[in-house]
Design a binder for this molecule. Structure first.
Ligand code: SAH
Ligand code: SF4
Ligand code: F3S
Length: 442
């Protein structure tokens, strides 16, 4: 029996697909690469923007013909789209040939739902809302991300940024017990993983049970940093309103934590930030960046920006451009605002027209190209510690690695280096990648 999982959206979904794969492999399914070979196809969906939804709908639609030819092939839809209000019904109507629909709280029920579907021939739907997360991590995980392992530390989001669907589809914040996370990280390091990425929508508000009490995120990091072994530790996503000086101090004095922070700012206009319910000002944001740079001089930042939020004026957008130029992000993820059903911003007056949104996005991309290129250039001539990840998929004879500030580096080498750290002298740079030569193996 063969399975195919198509994953959309964020790292949370990528990791959840590893859990789905783990369940399927425990049922003796093995992976395949095309739907025509598959006995089950799972769509792990995303609802963050309309474009994500449309793409997924198109892909589910493409299976109609195949399903008619091969009715025994199961089709399952899970992830954020299926959890959205009214979407299970919509999916059933639009795609009557779908066999199983499961929500974001029901991933661990996959086996049971497949068995039920096969036994009864009836379509099955399981969408619940539950804050009991005890079942969400005690399942086999079939990790697919090479030397990096994702570890969930919390689920859900309480922030209700006015544009965002996540709190509606992922439910309220619930943190995993610290000892469970510690055990999982420990096992991953023992198993040879070289990078551990802690996952949560807002990791800074982690508050996990610990013995009789609770611990916060900085203390969790201190605990994980004490684990012995050769690994890098990183996390996402941090909310600027919750990132504390204590957290930065913890990063600065740690052995394992990468000098990299994804700190999404969304906008450079205080008026827009307030409408977005982000609960920080640009001044407060820039202060946190300055504090981090003082304590960790070689830290690099990345961010997310939304252009065209309702009522965004040319001046608001210019303020965003100006903030981006001030911070000098190593990487920027830029999005056009997309109206999401049920959110507060959906009902705001002053929706920005699509031509203006596209034009602002284009200007922002152009500005970031210049900034990112100059950030990369400053590494030319420097020698950096690089974790060797894999052979380069395109450049023959080259290897790919990552620096401790999350920049891709390529250099001549062979696969015997995978998993090792090397010192690379950087000879040239581009926006997204540095190229150099190995000067020392560590
Ligand atoms: N929890 C994380 C990430 C959430 S989603 C955080 O708080 O940063 C990832 C990114 O998608 C967000 O940072 C935001 O920039 C973007 N995004 C979310 N909702 C959106 C919408 N309705 N339209 C456009 N972009 C959106
Ligand atoms: Fe969405 Fe805001 Fe929560 Fe991030 S913090 S998931 S942007 S509501
Ligand atoms: Fe992630 Fe998309 Fe859901 S970004 S949390 S998969 S809506």
């Amino acid at each position: 029996m063969k399975y195919l999982i198509r994953t959309y959206g964020c790292q949370m979904n990528v990791h959840e697909s590893e859990k789905l794969a783990g369940i399927l492999e425990s049922m003796n399914y093995s992976p395949c690469t095309s739907a025509s070979e598959a006995d089950i196809v799972i769509f792990n969906t995303c609802a963050i923007r309309e474009s994500a939804e449309q793409k997924t709908f198109a892909h589910i639609g493409e299976l109609k013909k195949l399903k008619a030819q091969k009715p025994s092939m199961l089709i399952a839809i899970c992830g954020c789209m299926s959890q959205q209000n009214g979407y299970a019904e919509l999916i059933k109507k639009k795609f009557p040939y779908v066999d199983i629909i499961l929500g974001t709280h029901n991933i661990s029920d996959l086996k049971e739902l497949i068995e039920k579907r096969l036994a009864t021939k009836k379509k099955v739907v399981a969408i619940t809302e539950s804050e009991d997360i005890s079942g969400r991590d005690n399942m086999p995980k079939c990790r697919t991300s090479g030397l990096n392992a994702w570890v969930n530390i919390m689920y859900g989001c309480n922030n209700f940024c006015t544009y965002c669907i996540v709190p509606y589809v992922r439910g309220r914040e619930v943190s995993r017990p610290a000892c469970e996370i510690e055990k999982e990280v420990h096992e991953l390091v023992e198993a040879g993983y070289k990078q551990i990425t802690l996952l949560g929508q807002n990791v800074n508000s982690y508050k996990g049970p610990d013995g009789e009490g609770e611990i916060g995120f900085a203390d969790l990091l201190k605990r994980l940093d004490k684990i012995e072994g050769d690994f890098w530790l990183t996390f996402m996503t941090s909310h600027p309103k919750d990132i504390s000086n204590e957290l930065i101090d913890t990063m600065a004095s740690s052995t394992h934590i990468m000098h990299y922070l994804h700190l999404p700012v969304q906008s450079g206009s205080d008026r827009v930030l307030s409408l977005m319910n982000r609960r920080y000002t640009t001044a407060a944001y820039l202060e946190k960046i300055a504090y981090a740079r003082k304590k960790i001089p070689d830290i690099e930042f990345s961010s997310d920006i939304i252009v065209g939020f309702p009522t965004e004026t040319e001046q608001d957008f210019l303020d965003t451009l100006s903030l981006v130029k001030k911070v000098k992000y190593e990487q920027l993820f830029m999005f056009i605002y997309s109206k999401r059903g049920g959110t507060v911003a959906e009902k705001l007056d002053g929706q920005v027209d699509i031509a203006t949104k596209k034009e602002r996005l284009r200007r922002l991309i152009a500005a970031q190209e210049e900034i990112g290129t100059s950030v990369a250039e400053k590494y030319v001539g420097k020698t950096l510690t690089v974790l060797v990840n894999d052979v380069h998929p395109k450049k023959k004879g080259y290897m790919l690695g990552t620096t401790y500030f999350n920049k891709n580096v390529n250099f001549v080498g062979d696969r015997s280096l995978i998993g090792k750290k090397v010192k690379v002298e950087i000879q040239s740079s581009k926006l997204t990648v540095l190229t150099g030569k190995i000067v020392e193996e560590l």
